[in-house]
Design a protein around this ligand. Structure first.
Ligand SMILES: [Zn+2]
Length: 286
């Protein structure tokens, strides 16, 4: 990861874009901007990946969305807002499944305050952070047979190899992007993509899918909690989970996950730092 300081003057066009979201007119001095890679088409740790068209749609959906830094510092001074996104293809790099590497690069701004001075210094110093994004997709399909997992199902299991090919689930047709966050964590495979599989319109099916998402969160929380705090009874954790909203459940899952990964750091895979001299903003590699 490479960071550059943000002393350069923002182009008029950027100020105009930021102005669309800011409640009051902001001067150059009041704004801090940086860039972040939100998500990519690499297979994630859940053996799932976004398709290229899905990433293009997500790039549009993320404009205007607020991100927070570290869940335990949720004051509004820790908020940043995305004011522009770009879908980028890096032809010089291939994903593990052989596609050119693609990602969504987002530009975000923060209003400088006394309280976020340290945070900005941290960003400029290049403290590594992981981005995690939350979004909904309408379709998930199998990379081996192409069947729709939700409506048809198939006999393949993600993460298993069939005829030399790794089965992964393809996330397609995003309907909403609802948040992104930055969490300081040790290096790991790639961005923590949080996916909620709900259709755009509220329905009994949406509720069922939300429930499935909740169960997924709970299962991963139980796993991580068990590894970092084996003395906690799983029945107790289940009781706590039952009382939490999906958002809170996710926060708790992230906290335990961070702790678990601190104990057992994973190898950092995506660390290609190409030259970003043409940019005045800092950029996170995830
Ligand atoms: Zn299949």
């Amino acid at each position: 990861m490479k960071t550059e300081n943000n002393s350069a003057i923002l182009p008029e066009e950027e100020l105009r874009l930021i102005g669309k979201f800011a409640r009051k007119e902001l001067s150059q001095d009041e704004i801090y901007t940086f860039s972040v890679i939100l998500c990519d088409n690499e297979i994630d740790r859940d053996n799932e990946r976004f398709t290229v068209p899905a990433l293009k749609t997500l790039a549009e959906l993320f404009v205007g969305k607020t991100g927070i830094f570290d869940h335990n510092m949720s004051s509004k001074d820790q908020n940043a807002r995305i004011y522009a996104t770009e879908f980028v293809t890096d032809e010089s790099r291939k994903t593990s499944h052989g596609e050119p590497y693609c990602y969504i690069k987002a530009k975000a701004y923060m209003v400088r305050t006394e309280k976020n001075k340290d945070l900005i210094a941290e960003i400029e110093a290049g403290i590594k952070k992981e981005t995690s994004v939350g979004c909904c997709v309408r379709t998930i399909s199998c990379s081996i047979c192409g069947k729709n997992i939700k409506s048809e199902g198939c006999e393949h299991q993600k993460g298993k190899v069939y005829g030399g090919k790794l089965c992964s689930f393809l996330l397609e047709d995003p309907t909403d992007a609802y948040e992104w966050s930055f969490v300081a964590v040790p290096a790991q495979k790639n961005a923590g993509v949080i996916k909620a599989f709900v259709p755009s319109k509220a329905s009994a099916e949406a509720e069922r899918w939300a429930e499935e998402y909740r169960e997924e969160l709970k299962a991963s929380l139980l796993r991580d909690a068990g590894s970092v705090m084996p003395e906690l009874k799983s029945s107790l954790i289940e009781d706590i989970c039952g009382a939490l909203s999906i958002g809170k459940l996710r926060e708790m899952r992230d906290a335990f996950r961070q702790k678990a990964e601190k104990n057992l750091p994973l190898v950092r895979q995506l660390d290609c730092t190409h030259d970003t001299n043409e940019e005045s903003n800092s950029e996170y590699k995830i």
